[in-house]
Design a protein around this ligand. Structure first.
Ligand SMILES: Nc1nc2c(c(=O)[nH]1)N[C@H]1C(S)=C(S)[C@@H](COP(=O)(O)OP(=O)(O)OC[C@H]3O[C@@H](n4cnc5c(=O)[nH]c(N)nc54)[C@H](O)[C@@H]3O)O[C@H]1N2
Ligand SMILES: Nc1nc2c(c(=O)[nH]1)N[C@H]1C(S)=C(S)[C@@H](COP(=O)(O)OP(=O)(O)OC[C@H]3O[C@@H](n4cnc5c(=O)[nH]c(N)nc54)[C@H](O)[C@@H]3O)O[C@H]1N2
Ligand SMILES: [Mo]
Length: 765
């Protein structure tokens, strides 16, 4: 793109590459021309830049500033405006005080969150780098809300995570080779709209359509019909939430007893099948895990299960397990059992077959990996060794010093005095918000960088206004997207907002360590610096490798992809002696001696059916699915045009089956109250048979909007499901989050409708 066309700036978001032009009031947005199926989520930008929810200048909570009697943090606390110079002085001296009195291990800097797509102005990388380089480290968090259980179980079972999720079966292979795809949790296109770092080609829809035209059969195993796109022409097998392991076991049982399983594969590539077989046949507990047994649990008839099992070995079959299944109690089990089922079919490592975890859950999976590295900001070395599994944040803040178990280790929660967050929204992402509110009242100081008044910003003591991605230059890149994007600034920064990098550079200056943090580079010099390793690798690969200025002028750069070679699992299949998996046995572990040695009854040494300890009950008969939203990424730009267009009376929409609606006197468009013992929220009902009976679905991401007044469990008037979800670990093995599923009751809301204040700035002086 030359300078003349520069009013259209190339840019990139986690939900797609695009061009943007500021028209003085709103943003014109055009998707990247090479994208076959761009995401409508891009349209959230149009009205977002100058929205009232944006933060204009540094703000400090008045009660924190007064340091009077310690007051509880609330969502309608008063803030005081502050100059940048003063706020950085205040923050520098507070950081120094905490470090002097308590050490760097009193700072929690995990700062989980998706931030924005640019690889330099990536807030989470910036805050980690700052705390490492300028402060001596911080208590970090490990793993993710996405893959909390799978990131721990898959290394035990298959020796790694990436080889099973990313560098494995591709959409091209599915289009060409797969005959049957069992999609546990589906592969909704709204999910693959998104890939961290950006995505320039949304290929999933066309690949599924091609495969379906060729005769491939997709099965949508899910409580929601629309978890597969229409183009896949999928058969819907509605399954009771959280019972997939029972279905997988019954499929495995049928394969075993009808002599349909690939014994040679199990013999050569797996270990521990005998222990599992005893369990499957019910040798010790007297319960064979057969189709009749599973029918009761799953709600799928035994005939359907047996027919499906018989079909699996007849062609190229892919078992796909989504992230969602493991974002629940005992979430390790479906991930492990999916691998075991695929092992029994013997197709792991074959094109379009075997096992692929999280295929279609994001736009990174099912793609070829880039053959060159992408720009990455170094985060330095953390001087603090303490960490928590990411979703144990409330436990940590509420229970300093208390013991907990994680992946075979006995650990203790650190004592946190200061929390530093940039690029995430815990009041979006964490479970049991009423409990979390108490937890976030424990630290002495909370610092947040944000571009908008999210509930997390409103709950902080020091709030620093960060630019939005379109207000700065950056480089967009993902390891699975064959394109580098020059993300050019399209709009001037709002108010006094600064880039996270500049905020940290200023803070490092106050602390006398500016050079360590900036290494003497400004933003522009950093971009050129981060580009250099990619350019060098392009030169070595004999590819077009322009210098930084030329890349910037062009606006984009093609990157070469590695071959579609099936990754490590193919290599393992071809030569298991030369390509041992990184498991203790070098093979797929159907029984794990390592896990056996931990002695966890909530994660036994082979996959097993463990029902949730919070099943539906007379008081809370409905199972709530709190899945990813179709109209935005998490809570980002919930105030944007596209997200807002989906709301009804300003509320998030909750979907339920006609039978469940009728029983409760609920009609389409009614405002309903969802509640359980942990909390309550309002939402607008949509009655549809795309949701199976007994299930109710409210996506995440509506900004938490508590009704004012001092109650323990204020009603969220906007529709954030995390007031209802359970804040427990998946098991002692992984301690992942359990946000996907909870039990609730639903009733028509008859009271006066409280107004939505989620996007209003807090009280100011
Ligand atoms: N109940 C339930 N809960 C869930 C899930 C679920 O399935 N059910 N899913 C979970 C999953 S998988 C995830 S990954 C998490 C996601 O949780 P988060 O990643 O915390 O969610 P986001 O809304 O993406 O938060 C990113 C924040 O960064 C801010 N931001 C963007 N750009 C910048 C920037 O340049 N600088 C700064 N300082 N800030 C910026 C945005 O304004 C936004 O507030 O949610 C989890 N929560
Ligand atoms: N548009 C959009 N896309 C996103 C995101 C977003 O915020 N917005 N977030 C991204 C992120 S960070 C992540 S980690 C991925 C998450 O990827 P996933 O976790 O796979 O996505 P979800 O939409 O939460 O869940 C997918 C579906 O699983 C089904 N499901 C839930 N419980 C069960 C169960 O027990 N059994 C079965 N069989 N099905 C079940 C639900 O019907 C749900 O719609 O999505 C990514 N994609
Ligand atoms: Mo995620």
């Amino acid at each position: 793109m030359d300078q003349a066309a520069d009013d259209w700036a190339p840019h990139s978001a986690h939900w797609g590459a695009f061009s943007a032009r500021w028209n003085g009031e709103t943003l014109d947005v055009t998707p990247y021309e090479g994208d076959p199926a761009p995401s409508p989520i891009l349209q959230n930008f149009t009205t977002a830049m100058r929205h009232k929810a944006r933060i204009l200048r540094p703000m400090v909570r008045k009660a924190w500033l007064d340091r009077s009697a310690r007051t509880e943090r609330t969502f309608d606390q008063e803030f005081v405006e502050c100059s940048w110079d003063r706020v950085l002085d205040l923050l520098a001296s507070e950081l120094s005080r905490v470090k002097a009195e308590h050490g760097a291990a009193a700072v929690f800097g995990g700062s989980y969150g998706w931030s924005s797509a640019g690889r330099f102005h990536h807030a989470q990388s910036q805050v980690h780098r700052f705390l490492n380089m300028a402060f001596g480290g911080y208590v970090r968090s490990v793993n993710s809300y996405s893959a909390g259980a799978s990131a721990v179980i898959l290394p035990h079972v298959m020796g790694g995570y990436e080889a099973v999720s990313r560098h494995n079966v591709t959409w091209d292979q599915i289009a060409e080779h797969s005959d049957v795809v069992l999609a546990f949790g589906g592969m909704a296109l709204k999910n693959s709209h998104v890939a961290s770092g950006g995505i320039s080609r949304h290929i999933e829809r066309d690949a599924m359509a091609t495969a379906a035209r060729r005769g491939a059969a997709f099965y949508c195993i899910s409580p929601l019909r629309d978890d597969m796109p229409a183009d896949a022409n999928a058969r819907w097998l509605p399954i009771k939430v959280g019972t997939d392991v029972a279905l997988m076991l019954a499929l495995a049982h049928t394969l075993l007893t009808e002599d349909l399983c690939d014994k040679a594969f199990i013999e050569r590539y797996c270990t521990g099948f005998e222990n599992f077989e005893r369990y499957l046949r019910g040798r010790d507990d007297g319960t064979p895990k057969d189709a009749a047994w599973a029918a009761d649990i799953t709600g799928i008839s035994s005939g359907t299960i047996i027919d499906l099992a018989r079909r699996l070995p007849r062609g190229r079959t892919l078992i796909a397990v989504s992230h969602s299944l493991q974002r629940a109690q005992y979430g390790e089990q479906p991930v492990w059992m999916g691998a075991v089922l695929a092992a029994m079919l013997g197709q792991i490592g074959l094109p379009g077959g075997g096992y692929n975890y999280a295929l279609g859950a994001l736009g990174h999976t099912g793609r070829r990996i880039n053959a060159v590295p992408i720009p990455t900001l170094s985060q330095g070395k953390n001087g603090v060794s303490e960490f928590i599994p990411v979703a144990r944040v409330s436990d940590m803040l509420l229970n300093p010093g208390e013991p907990f178990e994680y992946n075979g280790r006995s650990m203790h929660y650190p004592d946190i005095k200061l929390v530093y967050w940039a690029g995430g929204n815990p009041f979006h992402h964490h479970q049991d918000i009423n409990r979390m509110r108490q937890a976030f009242n424990a630290p002495q100081t909370i610092v947040v960088h944000e571009s908008a008044w999210t509930p997390m910003a409103k709950f902080a003591d020091i709030v620093l206004p960060a630019t939005m991605t379109l207000e700065r230059d950056d480089i967009g890149a993902a390891g699975t997207d064959p394109r580098l994007v020059a993300m050019r600034r399209a709009v001037d920064p709002i108010g006094e907002a600064r880039d996270d990098f500049d905020i940290f550079a200023g803070l490092a200056r106050k602390l006398g360590v500016e050079q360590a943090f900036t290494e003497g580079r400004d933003s522009r010099q950093w971009l050129a610096h981060l580009y250099e390793p990619t350019r060098k690798a392009l030169v070595e690969a004999g590819w077009d490798a322009p210098d930084f200025d030329e890349f910037w002028r062009r606006g984009e750069l093609a990157l070469p992809s590695a071959p579609d070679d099936g990754g490590f699992l193919r290599a393992f299949r071809n030569d298991p002696a030369a390509n041992r998996l990184s498991t203790p046995s070098g093979k797929i572990e159907i029984y794990s001696k390592a896990i056996a040695s931990f002695g966890y009854d909530d994660c036994p040494p082979h996959p097993a059916w463990l029902p949730s300890t919070e099943p539906p009950s007379a008081r809370h008969p409905l199972t709530l699915i709190a899945n990813q939203p179709a109209t935005r990424l998490h809570s980002q730009l919930d105030f944007g045009a596209y997200s807002q267009s989906s709301k009804v009376a300003g509320r998030e929409v909750v979907r339920l089956h006609p039978d469940d609606a009728k029983r409760r006197g609920v009609a389409n468009g009614d405002i309903v109250r969802l509640f359980n013992d942990r909390g309550a929220c309002l939402a607008a009902a949509a009655v549809t048979d795309d949701v199976m009976p007994g299930v109710i679905q409210l996506s995440t991401g509506a900004w938490y909007d508590p009704e004012r007044g001092a109650t323990e469990q204020p009603l969220c008037v906007h529709g954030n499901p995390n007031v209802l979800t359970r804040d427990i670990g998946t098991s002692r093995l992984a301690q992942g989050c359990c946000g996907q599923v909870t039990v609730v009751e639903c009733e028509k809301y008859e009271g006066a409708l409280p107004s939505i204040r989620a996007f209003d700035p807090p009280g100011q002086r």
